[in-house]
Design a protein around this ligand. Sequence first.
Ligand code: MN
Length: 258
Amino acid sequence: MRALVSNDDGIHSPGIEALERAAKAAGFETWVVAPDREQSATSHALTLTRPLRVVKTGERSWVVDGTPTDCVNLAICRILKDVRPDFVFSGINLGPNLGDDVTYSGTVAAAFEGTLLGVPSIAFSLDCRKDGGAGPDFSEAEKVAEEVIRLALSRPMAEDVLWNVNVPEGRPTGIRATRMGRRRYGESVVEKVDPRGRPYYWIGGSHVDTHSDGSDLTTVAEGLVSVTPLHLDLTAYRSLEDLAARLAGSRANGPDRS
Ligand code: MN
């Protein structure tokens, strides 16, 4: 079995090494295609306006001067064209991808891209904001990753569904299937003045979480591993009927009122 391993923190992140070890321990041959530098919060961006350069850095390892989505796309469509991976594993991200983080996340986007290209994919993130300056410890997250990868192997994952895995700090007390919670980055813009007297802005990391039973945010806050199944279809099905009813009375469908 082959696994494509990527991330959004770049090839030099200790998190990608931990994920490679976890995949190997679960029986995979690992192939790494990762960004050459940090690409956090690049979401599902695909680079279309400039060429991409790929540099081979090892027997089964390449870096790309692009986004996580570029990496997975290039890997599956070109670099590993003749050795198609059975899985895509992304991470282990330095920091959580909980609630609304998901839509910003490059880590999750790499798994989205794998899923879009028909390869079962899992994103892994570690809630490690409070590392106290000692650097993040990926050892527990590595064990969790191996366990989750084995679960993914036990029977086929649902088509078009990726798993978003978040590991709490320290030793997890359990593992739970969750739904996306609400995390808002509303008031986090910092305004300062540069050396030439012009204002500049920096979008910070402070956020407001809404806790609710069964959410990824609450589960990780309680010290458990959160696994959220994410679907590529973003349609709000509960609103479809209401929208259809509104449109039925609109000018497009109604009598000509001109
Ligand atoms: Mn990241």
